[in-house]
Design a protein around this ligand. Structure first.
Ligand SMILES: NC(=O)c1ccc[n+]([C@@H]2O[C@H](COP(=O)([O-])OP(=O)(O)OC[C@H]3O[C@@H](n4cnc5c(N)ncnc54)[C@H](OP(=O)(O)O)[C@@H]3O)[C@@H](O)[C@H]2O)c1
Length: 303
């Protein structure tokens, strides 16, 4: 089944696998966590960039081959050869033959071609013809927002991609204002990432080191009181409700190595909590302001 944008039907919550790459947790325990997530989440978000997560998943899938989830994979590179290499590096160890969704993280020449309807379109489409990747979504960071805006505005990527994937949570919206407005105008499908932004806003605000960048700590100062005034007790409920309050958002991708946190995210997505419209509008206004004041000036990989 597909939605209006053509993107395949997704569950509201997708399990992100970064926490499976945490080597401070015993390997076998992480395989058990992967199995736990496989029981409640039918889709995973995967990348060989997440430490040893691929090895954990490979073992988990080997032990339970009938429970392998569908997967979105990051496919990053500057050339089509690099993309092909990344694809094999991801699927081969997992023993799967294809990617259900490929998240296009295009850099250098490929990014330029993407903006201008260049050769990359045919080359990437070829991957679909070969059955290696079934569907594509375009990854957006603040520094790749303009390129994506140009392609979407001109309609170049209409045939190739079925949606856009970026950080979207109460503290981050990585599509800059012009692209975000265009995505909404054109009613394009979105996959939101980093469901809870790494921690509760109180911890991000108050606990030294909890926020991995200073801007996150500063944003938590604004978001914590909005969360507290919402009457919603649980941060996972608030964040899942926040992401799914946008009609374009098909799913939110979050990670956890704790069973209780996985349960909280899965439960939150089963019956998304409605957030007061006034609070949603305040967050929207903050995101608009942050996009102009910080995000659009950000150096690549600085935030
Ligand atoms: N460019 C990209 O493609 C990209 C970049 C970033 C992320 N992602 C994807 O998005 C997924 C999620 O991103 P992320 O891990 O950076 O962000 P996240 O899901 O917002 O945060 C995960 C962190 O939050 C903690 N957590 C989970 N539930 C919580 C709760 N209810 N209250 C407080 N803390 C909670 C987890 O700790 P515990 O493990 O202790 O529960 C973990 O440390 C990744 O796994 C990855 O699949 C993709």
């Amino acid at each position: 089944m597909q939605n209006a944008s053509g993107l395949t039907q997704l569950p509201k919550f997708i399990y992100g696998t970064t926490r499976l790459g945490d080597d401070s947790i015993d390997f076998d325990e992480r395989v058990k966590i992967a199995h736990y997530a496989m029981e409640s989440c039918s889709w995973f978000h995967v990348s060989d960039q997440y430490g040893s997560a691929i090895s954990v998943l490979a073992e988990a899938f080997k032990q339970k081959p009938d429970a392998i989830p569908k997967m979105i994979f990051k496919v990053e590179g500057e050339s089509i050869e690099e993309l092909r290499d990344v694809i094999q590096r991801n699927i081969e160890p997992l023993g799967v033959k294809h990617m259900d969704i490929g998240q296009l993280c295009l850099r250098g020449e490929l990014a330029e071609q993407y903006a201008q309807s260049g050769a990359c379109y045919q080359d990437i489409e070829q991957l679909r013809s070969e059955g290696v990747i079934k569907q594509f979504v375009k990854e957006v960071f603040p520094w790749s927002s303009e390129v994506t805006y140009q392609a979407l505005k001109a309609g170049h990527d209409e045939q190739l991609v079925d949606g856009y994937i970026f950080y979207l949570n109460p503290l981050q919206r990585f599509a800059l204002n012009p692209l975000w407005d265009l995505i909404q105008q054109k009613d394009k499908a979105v996959i939101a990432m980093r469901t809870v932004c790494g921690n509760t806003p109180q911890a991000l605000r108050d606990v030294p080191g909890a926020a991995w960048k200073e801007y996150i700590q500063q944003r938590a100062v604004d978001i914590a009181p909005l969360f507290e005034s919402s009457g919603i007790k649980n941060w996972a409920d608030f964040c899942v409700g926040y992401a799914l309050a946008h009609s374009q958002v098909q799913a939110t991708v979050g990670s956890s190595a704790r069973r209780e946190n996985i349960d909280a995210l899965v439960n939150a997505a089963q019956a998304p909590t409605l957030i007061d419209d006034k609070i949603l509008k305040k967050i929207t206004a903050l995101h608009q302001q942050w996009s102009d004041s910080l995000d659009q000036h950000a150096e690549p990989w600085s935030m």
